[in-house]
Design a protein around this ligand. Structure first.
Ligand SMILES: NC(=O)c1ccc[n+]([C@@H]2O[C@H](COP(=O)([O-])OP(=O)(O)OC[C@H]3O[C@@H](n4cnc5c(N)ncnc54)[C@H](O)[C@@H]3O)[C@@H](O)[C@H]2O)c1
Length: 253
């Protein structure tokens, strides 16, 4: 089960953290993985890890907010590795800019754009670049990495991010409805907290948030990676248009 041998996957923003974990897991199940990031050094490091572990991976350096670049790199991956059948739209947060948390009323409208560019247009661009060949193959898997913030309201200063992540969830459902009969599924994973480093429960700020997680720990990249392997597999052909919550139970609180 969950064998991805013969599949070619593109994972965006896979130079670190969640995306790197997903890239490693897909490669571990036999997929050839195109590791995207706009930081070439990050993508190349993940490629090297995968190759050293016995898998196959190639760097795919482009900015997901640039449709032309996405299309060009997707075409060149197809020429050497075969057409992409699995797309994981993981690049997110604030894209090129650091995440700035602020109450909506205090925000400068020019600070809205980078978050929308990566979390909405990045997803649209990579779907546009890969979907035609998935339809031609009669098989495809699109997995959009979203957030609990796309589903629930919070006052922590992420209103634009919430709007963008929610928009991608609406797109997930509509696209799933459009392409289901072509053998292409489109799903989303709404993640809870997966810090890029190990957080101690004694951390003054984050310790309290971790304590509110039902299973008593923050997530690690291995958590979404396992779910992505399932969604990417042939066994998941009956799941589409869905948003799966993955948050250690914190959504219940
Ligand atoms: N980590 C969390 O706690 C968490 C929670 C909920 C949702 N998410 C979502 O999960 C995804 C991954 O999060 P993360 O914390 O691992 O991110 P991260 O910021 O640690 O890593 C993202 C990677 O994407 C790359 N990237 C950013 N913009 C890009 C672009 N325009 N083109 C190409 N590469 C780009 C960055 O260089 C970076 O290497 C994001 O979509 C995020 O919104 C994360």
């Amino acid at each position: 089960m969950f064998d991805l041998t013969g599949r070619v996957a593109l994972v965006t923003g896979a130079g670190q953290n969640v995306g790197a974990g997903i890239a490693r897991a897909l490669a571990g199940r036999g997929a050839v993985v195109a590791v995207n990031d706009y930081h070439a050094d990050r993508a190349e490091r993940v490629v090297q890890e995968i190759v050293e572990a016995g898998g196959r991976a190639v760097p795919a350096i482009f900015d997901v907010t640039d449709l032309e670049a996405a299309t060009r790199v997707v075409r060149s991956v197809a020429e050497t590795e075969g057409p992409i059948g699995i797309l994981v739209n993981n690049a997110g947060n604030a894209g090129a800019e650091a995440v700035k948390m602020a109450q909506f009323v205090d925000m400068d409208p020019k600070d809205w754009h980078s978050t929308f560019d990566v979390n909405i247009f990045g997803v649209l661009n990579c779907c546009k670049a890969t979907l035609p060949s998935m339809i031609d193959q009669g098989w495809g898997r699109i997995i959009n990495i979203s957030s609990a913030s796309g589903l629930r309201g919070t006052d922590i200063g992420v209103s634009i991010y919430s709007a963008a992540k929610a928009g991608a969830l609406g797109f997930t459902r509509a696209l799933a409805a459009e392409v289901g009969k072509s053998g292409v599924t489109v799903n989303a994973i709404a993640l809870g907290m997966i810090p890029p480093y190990e957080i101690k429960a004694s951390d003054p700020v984050l310790g309290e948030r971790i304590a509110s997680i039902v299973v008593g720990r923050a997530g690690t990249p291995d958590d979404p990676a396992a779910l992505a392997v399932y969604l990417a597999s042939s066994e998941a052909s009956w799941m589409t248009g869905d948003t799966i919550l993955l948050n250690g139970g914190s959504y219940m609180r």
